[in-house]
Each structure stands twice: as structure tokens, then as C-alpha cells.
Design a protein around this ligand. Structure first.
Ligand code: PRP
Ligand code: MN
Ligand code: MG
Length: 180
């Protein structure tokens, strides 16, 4: 698997430092509150697990599964709700945890949905932000790294459901996705 990687963008140590930094920011912002922190499956799994443990404050956790990529390297633009949260977010402070905001379509879908359900406030924490990919108006409030306009994998991010379990974030060799 390591062999398929052209270059490492963020090492395990760099990711860990970003998680600690963002965790402290969230801790400060929510120390007198009881937010619902929603991890977006499946990409945000590892980031969610690290970020909530870097935050020493009371919080509820939940997960939502939405999908838009359907396996390729381009967002299909149609976001599908696969599995919903079980928490009633009406009147609640919500923090969405994402691995990456690229076109912004997934995030916009989630923001519209949670606003529609009457969330009191919604903030977004994303490990990666790819501003060059943006096609709709949606942004994260807490960001780990701004990534270049390259297709990245690892630490939850997949290509065709592979590479999520790499402990770092890297760029795939071009032949991996051009041969498929
Ligand atoms: C990826 C990624 C984000 C979203 C970002 O998820 O994990 O959730 O796409 O892209 P966007 O800003 O262009 O919408 P994907 O739909 O591939 O599902 P996954 O997390 O299960 O891989
Ligand atoms: Mn995702
Ligand atoms: Mg994906």
C-alpha cells in the first residue's frame, strides 16, 4: 500500500499536532456548553476519534453517513444520506467533523439539513480544506491544513475504498487512478 504513494503530505506527527491544536480551540469555544459532535462517515472516522479525545470538555458524539464520490476521484455532486444521526439537534450546538472540504457539496448538504432541523449553532471542524476545489459556498471554521489541488488519501480518506488505513496523508502515484 505504501508503494502506491507518490509523496507524504502530512505525517502522523503533523496530524497529531493539528488534532491537539484544533481540540484545544474547540475546548475553549465549548467549555460552558454541551455540543453534539457529528463525525461524517466514513472519511472522518480517525480524525473524529482523535479530535474528541484532544478536547477536555463535555460533549455528545454521533455519526452520520453521507456519500457523494461513489468511488472515483471526482465528486458526483449528488449527496446521498446513507445513515442518519440518532440525536435530535433542535436547539443544540452542533460541531460537524469532516476529513476534507473539497467542492463543499457534502458540507452544504449537511449544513442545510441540520439548520432545517433547528440546530441552535453549527460549526465545522475539518482536518483538510481544499479551497481550489470549491463549487458551492460552504466553509469550515476550524481547519487543520489547507491542501493543494491534488487527490489525497490516508488517515480516513479513500480512493475506491482503499488507503483509509494509511496512518499519514499522501498523494497517490498517478498511474494508480489512471489505470483504473
Ligand atoms: C468525501 C470526504 C468528504 C467529502 C468532501 O467523502 O470524506 O466527506 O467527500 O467532498 P466534497 O466537499 O466535494 O463534497 P465521500 O463522499 O467520498 O465518502 P467517504 O467519507 O465515505 O469516503
Ligand atoms: Mn466523507
Ligand atoms: Mg470517499
Amino acid at each position: 500500500m505504501d508503494n502506491d504513494i507518490l509523496k507524504v503530505l502530512y505525517s502522523q506527527d503533523e496530524i497529531n499536532e493539528a488534532c491537539q491544536r484544533l481540540g484545544k480551540q474547540i475546548q475553549t469555544a465549548y467549555q460552558d456548553k454541551f455540543p453534539v459532535v457529528i463525525g461524517v462517515l466514513k472519511g472522518a472516522t480517525f480524525f473524529m476519534s482523535d479530535i474528541v479525545r484532544a478536547t477536555d470538555t463535555y460533549m455528545q458524539i454521533d455519526f452520520i453517513d453521507v456519500s457523494s464520490y461513489h468511488g472515483g476521484t471526482q465528486s458526483s455532486g449528488d449527496v446521498e444520506l446513507v445513515t442518519d444521526i440518532t440525536t435530535d439537534v433542535s436547539g443544540r450546538d452542533v460541531v460537524i467533523v469532516e476529513d476534507i472540504v473539497d467542492t463543499g457539496q457534502t458540507l452544504k448538504f449537511l449544513l442545510d439539513m441540520l439548520k432545517g432541523r433547528g440546530a441552535k449553532s453549527i460549526k465545522v471542524c475539518s482536518l483538510l480544506d481544499k479551497p481550489a476545489g470549491r463549487t458551492v459556498d460552504a466553509h469550515a471554521d476550524y481547519i487543520g491544513f489547507e491542501v493543494p489541488n491534488e487527490f489525497v488519501v490516508g488517515y480516513g480518506l479513500d480512493y475506491d475504498e482503499k488507503y483509509r488505513n494509511l496512518p499519514y496523508i499522501g498523494v497517490l502515484k498517478p498511474e494508480i487512478y489512471t489505470n483504473n
